[in-house]
Design a protein around this ligand. Structure first.
Ligand SMILES: [Cu+2]
Length: 153
C-alpha cells in the first residue's frame, strides 16, 4: 500500500513540469512536423509568469541547439532575429506562434514526425529549468488542436 502511494507521488511530480519557483507556466508547447532533418525545426509555446522573469535558453535532445527567433517585417521582407533573452513580464502571456516568435531547432537529429513528442527544457532566470513534452503536429498546423477542450474528453 505504501508502495502504491509512493509511486503515485512519483508520477505526480513527473507530470507537473514545475521547478522550485512555480510562477512560470508553459502552455500548449508544440512543434511542426518537418520533412527533412537537414532543415531546422520550429517549436512554439505560450509562456506566462506570475512575476517578472526571463527565458535564458532552451535545450532539447532532439537538436544540437535551440535559438529563440523573433520575426521582423520590413515591407514585404521578413527576417528572423535572434533573441538572446526573452523577457517574460509578470502576468502577461508571451506567445510563440507561427508567423511570429518561435524556437528554432538547429541541427535536428532526426526529422520531427507528426504524432511523436520530444522533451524540451526551458531555462528561466528565476524559475530555473522547466521541462515540457512537445507534441509534433502536422506540417501545416497552426497550433495544438486540444487548445479548446471538447466536453466529454
Ligand atoms: Cu527562426
Amino acid at each position: 500500500m505504501k508502495k502504491a502511494i509512493l509511486l503515485l507521488v512519483a508520477i505526480w511530480s513527473i507530470s507537473l513540469p514545475v521547478a522550485a519557483d512555480e510562477s512560470v507556466r508553459i502552455l500548449d508547447a508544440w512543434a511542426r512536423a518537418s520533412i527533412l532533418a537537414s532543415r531546422p525545426g520550429a517549436a512554439y509555446a505560450t509562456i506566462e509568469s506570475a512575476s517578472d522573469d526571463r527565458l535564458l535558453g532552451v535545450t532539447t535532445p532532439a537538436a544540437d541547439h535551440v535559438m529563440i527567433h523573433a520575426v521582423e517585417s520590413d515591407g514585404d521582407v521578413s527576417r528572423m532575429k535572434h533573441v538572446e533573452v526573452l523577457e517574460i513580464p509578470a502576468g502577461q502571456r508571451v506567445t510563440l506562434a507561427p508567423g511570429g516568435m518561435h524556437m528554432m531547432l538547429m541541427g535536428l537529429h532526426d526529422k520531427l514526425d507528426e504524432g511523436t513528442t520530444f522533451p524540451m527544457t526551458l531555462s528561466f532566470e528565476k524559475a530555473g529549468e522547466i521541462a515540457v513534452d512537445v507534441p509534433v503536429l502536422g506540417i501545416a498546423a497552426e497550433g495544438p488542436r486540444n487548445a479548446e477542450k471538447e466536453p466529454g474528453q
